[in-house]
Design a protein around this ligand. Structure first.
Ligand code: C2E
Ligand code: MG
Ligand code: MG
Ligand code: MG
Length: 280
């Protein structure tokens, strides 16, 4: 009896489990303070046309941690979502990107660039999402035609009509929508056709295997065809080698994002690249 409960007790105080739990509690409290300690950063990854000209950037969140350095979103977005912190951090991301657009609006070299901002489905579904976004637009006076919001198919798995209504309200202000990671979700094509989308973004998992896998090539081809018939733009993400870009171009995709064209970098690096390009 005592031995059995002892074994249970040992299992409960499994040191590795306890360490994991402690690490998670610590991470959560650090994430709560990251906003006031100004530890969030936005990096921007180039999006290019078929001639390699910069047409826009995707804003990607980074956490400048005092000891761990620059932390990638895969390590903290899930925790931001499960704690509800994603609403405040997501608003910070949007405001930062909108400020950037407002600043670029004065420059003939930069004012045609779009910025794509990722929106978590949880953030999008919040009751006050629209109000918060509209307040950001008022504060920043950003040119909204240059703003793209990236949503994923998971947004439309539940409360889809609410999501669609919110999209329509934002569309009326000039904002555009891109469907990120397309092909990895479970959304119905019939429903997707009813959404006010502007762009399909082919997920990098298909792009990276397009030369090796017939199945992936078929998925990419169908996505490009679907975008054409629904009158949507299409962009491929995760393009790493020239042969992938060549294949995509031959199959009708003319916008690209991926390490082949540039990794996510600071805004200064983006501006320097645009300047260099304009003198080339
Ligand atoms: P995503 O929106 O699909 O972003 C693309 C991810 O692929 C980025 O990773 C980018 O750095 C990476 N990537 C781009 N080109 C290549 C390539 O050629 N090869 C490879 N292997 N990877 C490439 P990152 O920055 O780590 O972001 C991961 C995910 O975190 C994003 O996927 C997005 O879902 C989420 N995320 C990032 N920033 C935000 C944000 O501000 N808000 C929200 N809600 N989610 C964000
Ligand atoms: Mg994205
Ligand atoms: Mg993506
Ligand atoms: Mg992705």
């Amino acid at each position: 009896q005592a031995k059995a409960s002892g074994r249970r007790a040992v299992r409960f105080f499994d040191p590795s489990m306890q360490a994991k739990l402690l690490a998670k509690v610590k991470l959560e409290s650090e994430l709560r303070q990251a906003l006031e300690h100004q530890q969030w950063r936005l990096h921007y990854q180039p999006q290019v046309d078929r001639l390699g000209r910069l047409i826009g950037v995707e804003a990607l969140l980074r956490w400048q941690h005092p000891e761990r350095g620059l932390v990638s979103p895969g390590e903290f977005i899930p925790l931001l979502e499960s704690t509800g912190l994603i609403n405040d951090v997501g608003e910070w991301v949007l405001e930062e990107a909108c400020q950037q657009l407002a600043q670029w609006a004065g420059s003939p070299l930069l004012n045609r660039l779009t910025i794509s901002v990722n929106i978590s489905p949880l953030q999008f579904r919040e009751n006050n999402f629209l109000q918060r976004v509209e307040q950001v637009f008022q504060r920043t006076q950003a040119p909204l035609e240059q703003l793209k919001l990236e949503v994923t198919e998971t947004l439309f798995v539940e409360a889809r009509d609410d999501a669609r209504d919110k999209m329509l309200s934002l569309k009326a202000l000039g904002v555009r929508f891109s469907l990120d990671d397309f092909g990895t979700g479970y959304s119905s094509l019939a429903y997707l056709a009813q959404l006010p989308l502007d762009q399909l973004k082919i997920d990098q998992s298909f792009v990276q295997q397009v030369l090796e896998s017939k199945a992936n090539a078929a998925i990419v081809e169908s996505t490009i065809a679907l975008a054409k018939s629904l009158n949507l733009d299409v962009i491929a993400e995760g393009v790493e080698v020239e042969a992938q870009q060549a294949w995509l171009m031959a199959h009708g995709c003319h916008a690209f994002q991926g390490y082949l064209f540039g990794r996510p970098v600071s805004v200064n690096d983006i501006e320097a690249a645009v300047l260099a390009q304009s003198y080339a």
